[in-house]
Write a protein that binds this ligand. Structure first.
Ligand code: KG4
Ligand code: ZN
Length: 328
């Protein structure tokens, strides 16, 4: 990669799932400065369906994106002419939403004669730990756990990624959301399951720990989800205590699986780090306090630093897309 000395100011656009987001970022001497960071959530649109509905998401992006971009430019105190480029998520994601953001980015780039940088959403997440002041330095081991993704990535540098393992079926956030739906807790489910689990008995239900003890660091959550559904069906009408116990038992199984998989991923990453191993957690599920605490404990046990970026950059946002675009 050639060294870029001139500061770059980039507008980032993110619309691949259920957040309509725009941000302006300046990259100066390799350091990112987030000038604005606007996220318009869509939870209220999807809550009645207890999950993200792709067509509703795409329409909400169409309605919200112009205003979100305008707000990001206003917050940054800049006009389009001040930009060096426009970066937009080009996938992977829900295709309707991706098209809305990418076309908006193309239109702005074309109208103002700026380059358009098509950004891979996962690269955005992989680089997001670098957004914070004193953020992660390369290389680091990233556990990306969201509603759509669940994988370990060794981030060695910009454009240098090695995927160590990923889910072979559901993402972890999806499993949290499906359990919440089963128990009629609401949407998004992860925080509600975490809250219920606090008052539950984690030993009441004996749930499977998929792939635990196996080689590598892939994940699987479909069987765990089905086991929860079976336990719920066997109980029939569920009391609040039943629900709390099921949430606690589910979360305990998740913690065991994460611990086992993370140990293997760190063993794979060990030969790649120089002075200090770093374990970074990103994605919406990284907001889960028991999961964070477990990762912190695992990292410390192996002499790694544990880095959890601020929550606003753990979940979908456009600052990470602008950063990936600026680096590219
Ligand atoms: O990264 P994100 O905002 O969006 C994508 O999926 O890309 O992640 C959202 C996911 C949802 O599945 C949500 O239920 C989960 O993250 N989540 C949590 C928690 N907060 C959010 N899962 C478990 N515990 C939480 N506290
Ligand atoms: Zn994401």
């Amino acid at each position: 990669m050639c060294a870029v000395t001139k500061p770059l100011t980039i507008l980032g656009i993110e619309t691949s799932c259920d957040e309509t987001a725009a941000a302006v970022l300046r990259l100066e001497d390799g350091r990112p400065f987030v000038l604005s960071d606007v996220v318009l959530g869509q939870a209220a649109h999807h809550a009645p369906y207890k999950g993200v509905v792709p067509e509703i998401a795409a329409r909400a992006h169409v309605e919200g994106l112009d205003g979100t971009i305008a707000a990001a430019m206003r917050d940054a105190g800049l006009g389009f002419a001040d930009l060096d480029g426009v970066a937009a998520t080009a996938g992977p994601g829900l295709i309707g939403g991706v098209m809305v953001g990418l076309l908006a980015g193309k239109a702005i780039a074309l109208a103002h004669e700026k380059p358009l940088i098509a950004v891979n959403h996962l690269e955005g997440h992989a680089l997001s730990p670098r957004l914070a002041e004193g953020g992660a330095t390369f290389p680091y081991l990233l556990l990306l756990v969201s509603g759509g993704h669940c994988q370990f990535i060794a981030v060695l540098g910009v454009g240098e990624y090695r995927r160590f393992g990923s889910t072979i079926d559901d993402a972890l956030g999806e499993a949290f959301d499906k359990l919440a739906k089963l128990l009629d807790l609401g949407f998004p489910g992860g925080p509600l399951v975490e809250k219920m689990a606090k008052n539950g008995d984690s030993t009441r239900f004996s749930l499977p720990r998929p792939l635990m003890g196996r080689e590598g660091c892939d994940f699987s959550f479909a069987g765990l989800k089905t086991a929860c559904a079976r336990e719920a069906a066997a109980l029939g009408v569920l009391s609040d205590q039943d629900k709390a116990d099921l949430c606690a038992s589910f979360q305990a199984a998740v913690l065991d699986v994460i611990a086992d998989r993370t140990r293997n991923a760190m063993a794979m990453f060990d030969p790649m780090w120089g002075a200090k191993g770093r374990l970074v957690a990103a994605g919406g599920v990284a907001a889960n306090k028991p999961i964070r605490a477990k990762l912190e404990q695992l990292a410390a046990g192996r002499g790694y630093d544990f880095i959890a970026p601020p929550l606003k950059w753990c979940t979908d946002n456009a600052a990470m897309i602008a950063l990936a675009g600026a680096e590219r």
